[in-house]
Design a protein around this ligand. Structure first.
Ligand code: DGY
Length: 323
């Protein structure tokens, strides 16, 4: 048996990261296109010193206990880390890392893509081409809403929220409102942005985009009363985490035209079951959580996760720690 540290990687990630790990560690990669089942995950982490985990892996006390005292580091292959019990890791001296920055532009692009797609009725329009519904140029079909000069509300003006706001300001000259835990004088100066309370943001915005982490405070932040505060012409975009929206309330709001449309890259659960009522709505665009899915971002994430693992194994501070 090798005396190299053992690392389990719970999905195939780009070689650029795996090769870096393999230089120093005994690496086992879960080879299947779907995540390991819970019992398999527990089996695989036993005796590991490092883990590279996905947002679909719940890393809790039982994973940490099963891994054992040798576990030094958990490197999440994502910027969000709501799947990890960070407090439990800290108690055991297990370092936790994530992959910020490198996926900022990719994710902000998907938020912009969803905003446009939902605003311009892309789901029913594209479907009509395939299903024969497109009979002729139609003066009254697929009438969407325009973006230029409108107001966008950004919930959570972190890295991705800011990059999305820049696209809205620079591309369509939108007015930017935002919620954030602290003032963002740079955004106020550079983007003419204004920090407001959530209720004002919901009431004033033509487009609302979610960029906050999933925490106890943000779970179901967008519920039925929040949706009712939005304009009937408003478009809601979510590239953060599905649980930030009360999905049943969203379904009702879209069905009853309480808001105009929604674009979702994240849902509860993931994957969204194919019989989800959301998928029966023409004013809802749903993507399979592809915010960071560019070659550049995913390659960069692989390098960052590998660097986090190697630093953690060496007992050094992680280059990309969470929190
Ligand atoms: C993240 O990084 O948190 C995204 O949701 C997936 O890349």
């Amino acid at each position: 048996m090798s005396d190299k540290p053992r690392v389990f990687v719970s999905r195939v990630i780009p070689d650029v990261g795996l090769d870096r790990l393999r230089e120093h560690c005994d690496v086992e990669v879960w080879p299947k296109p779907t995540p390991p089942r819970r019992d398999t995950l527990l089996d695989k982490v036993r005796g590991c010193h490092g883990l590279v985990t996905m947002l679909s892996d719940k890393i809790d006390e039982s994973v940490l206990n099963t891994a054992g005292d040798g576990l030094k580091v958990v490197a999440n292959y994502a910027v969000g880390y709501n799947n990890i019990d960070v407090a439990a890791c800290r108690e055991r001296g297990v370092a936790v890392g994530n992959t910020p920055d490198v996926l900022t532009d990719a994710t902000a692009d998907v938020a912009a893509l969803l905003m446009l797609a939902a605003a311009r009725c892309v789901t029913p329009a594209a479907a009509s081409v395939r299903d024969g519904g497109w009979k002729t140029w139609a003066p009254m079909d697929h009438l969407g809403v325009e973006l230029v000069g409108k107001t966008v509300g950004v919930i959570g003006l972190g890295r991705i929220g800011r990059a999305f706001a820049e696209r809205c300001r620079g591309g369509w000259g939108m007015n930017v409102l935002y919620t954030a835990n602290s003032p963002k004088p740079d955004a106020d100066r550079d983007l003419g942005a204004r920090r407001v309370e959530l209720d004002e943001l919901l009431a004033e915005s033509d487009f609302v985009s979610l960029h906050c982490p999933l925490t106890e405070a943000t779970a179901h932040l967008i519920d039925a009363p929040a949706l009712a505060r939005m304009k009937p012409t408003a478009v809601l975009v979510n590239t953060a985490r599905g649980e930030v929206i009360d999905q049943e309330a969203l379904h009702a709001a879209l069905k009853e035209n309480v808001i105009f449309a929604a674009g979702l890259d994240v849902t509860t659960p993931e994957p969204l079951p194919t019989d989800s009522p959301l998928l029966g709505l023409s004013n809802c665009v749903v993507l399979p959580h592809i915010g960071s899915a560019t070659r550049h971002a995913r390659g960069g994430m692989a390098i960052m996760a590998a660097d986090n693992v190697l630093a953690g194994l060496a007992g050094h501070p992680l280059p990309h720690p969470v929190g």
